[in-house]
Design a protein around this ligand. Structure first.
Ligand code: FEO
Length: 406
């Protein structure tokens, strides 16, 4: 069996069972083991999985955790009720960071009927052999434990199956991925540092929801048009918003708007032997002289910046500079990878000015990178190809052509 290297030490997850309101409980695990969320995004800050339970005479479970925490999940569930008493298990979204515990729940709660979007039922059946499923319609209401559960479809945030539940009497909106964030923040927003939360939200939104970010505004508008005024927003990742739920809604709208921070420039480059790195230093100096605040991420033989951070930083930049050496008559593959992810995850930044700088070896790399970005709809691109070092006049011309004068 091929074994890959364990990146970090194996540490024990932390579990919380907390009353949120009335008969609604939060079951949270801090996934302190995860290094690469979705096997891709570097998350040294980790992530939490939040499930919720409505107790009473017809108890309902909302979501779950990743499969590796199944035993802990059942123990947490037993803190608030006898699992056999569960009547329903709502699946807001079938991605296995929330549904991985479904098989354990199905076994421990033989009466429980899983509920959600029809597509979630398909995933539960095909992935987990969970057969007891009742689909809900958009806008449908179901009564349980003296509460009205109102289900609202919020498609493409970030799967087609995504829906939310509004617990009408409690005025609690259970949102799964939507309004989620990375990191292991305090349980409630009134205990959390807002600037840290903002950062965790932006990075999570860009990496997880980014491809479908245009649907954030649509989903929020739909919820607002229904007149929902939640007193609490309870997401599937991160902190629960009980002091100011509107804050996280506005944060989501801000990130989704793609509004750049004036004067913020990001340089991302790869440099195998230092030529592009040298040119990058010159470009950075030139941009700073023009008044830009510049952050630099370099992929070299000694450094590998986290792509998750690179994308989050680019997401509100006014200007992006990508530097690439030639590699096999094209651009360096790692920069191709980053350029593709920019195209995939930042569709709302298609109008962002981009300068491509490429050191000319056997052939130009800039055009190949420009073609990738143009394929994703980025059109405001200026290519500087140079042998040795770029001339100062070329940067000036680029800024002029891109109409940048911070
Ligand atoms: Fe947190 Fe899309 O799962």
């Amino acid at each position: 069996l091929f074994r890959t290297r364990q990146v970090g030490p194996v540490v024990e997850p932390r579990v919380y069972v907390e009353k949120v309101t009335g008969d609604l409980y939060l079951l949270r695990v801090d996934d302190v083991r995860v290094e690469f969320f979705e096997a891709m995004w570097e998350v040294p800050e980790r992530i939490t999985y939040n499930a919720y339970v409505l107790t009473g005479d017809e108890p309902v479970l909302f979501d779950g955790w990743k499969r590796e925490y199944s035993d802990l999940f059942l123990q947490a569930l037993e803190e608030v009720l006898e699992p056999r008493s569960l009547k329903m298990a709502v699946v807001h979204h079938a991605e296995p960071d929330h549904s991985g515990t479904a098989p354990a729940v199905a076994e421990a709660a033989p009466q429980a009927v899983f509920t959600g979007h029809p597509l979630a039922g398909r995933v539960l059946k095909s992935h987990f052999r969970v057969e007891r499923f009742r689909p809900v319609k958009d806008g449908e209401r179901i009564s349980a434990s003296g509460r009205t559960l109102r289900f609202v479809y919020t498609p493409w945030l970030h799967w087609p199956d995504t829906l939310v539940t509004y617990v009408e009497e409690e005025e609690v909106l259970l949102t799964c991925d939507i309004f989620g964030s990375y990191s292991i923040p305090p349980l409630y927003d009134d205990q959390a540092d807002r600037s840290q939360l903002s950062r965790a939200i932006r990075k999570y939104m860009i990496t997880v929801i980014g491809h479908y970010i245009d649907h954030v505004g649509k989903g929020i508008e739909k919820l607002r048009n229904l007149g929902l005024t939640p007193r609490v927003i309870a997401p599937g990742h991160g902190t629960v918003y009980r002091r100011n739920p509107e804050w996280v809604v506005e944060e989501y709208l801000k990130v989704a708007s793609g509004r750049p921070e004036p004067g913020k420039a990001i340089i991302v480059y790869a440099s195998m032997y230092g030529a592009v790195e040298e040119a990058t230093v010159a470009v950075k100096r030139g941009l700073e002289e023009k008044g830009f605040r510049v952050a630099v991420f370099g992929f070299t033989d000694k450094a590998r910046p986290p792509v998750s951070e690179v994308l989050a930083e680019i997401s509100d930049a006014e200007l992006l500079v990508i530097g690439a050496p030639v590699y096999e008559q094209s651009a360096h593959p790692i920069i191709f990878h980053v350029a593709r992810l920019i195209g995939e995850k930042l569709p709302h930044r298609r109008d962002m000015p981009v300068i491509l700088t490429s050191s000319y070896g056997w052939g130009p790399a800039g055009k190949a990178l420009a073609d990738i970005l143009k394929g994703y709809g980025f059109g405001n691109i200026y290519v500087i190809e140079f042998e040795g070092m770029p001339r100062e006049s070329e940067l000036k011309n680029a800024l002029k052509a891109l109409k940048l004068n911070p």
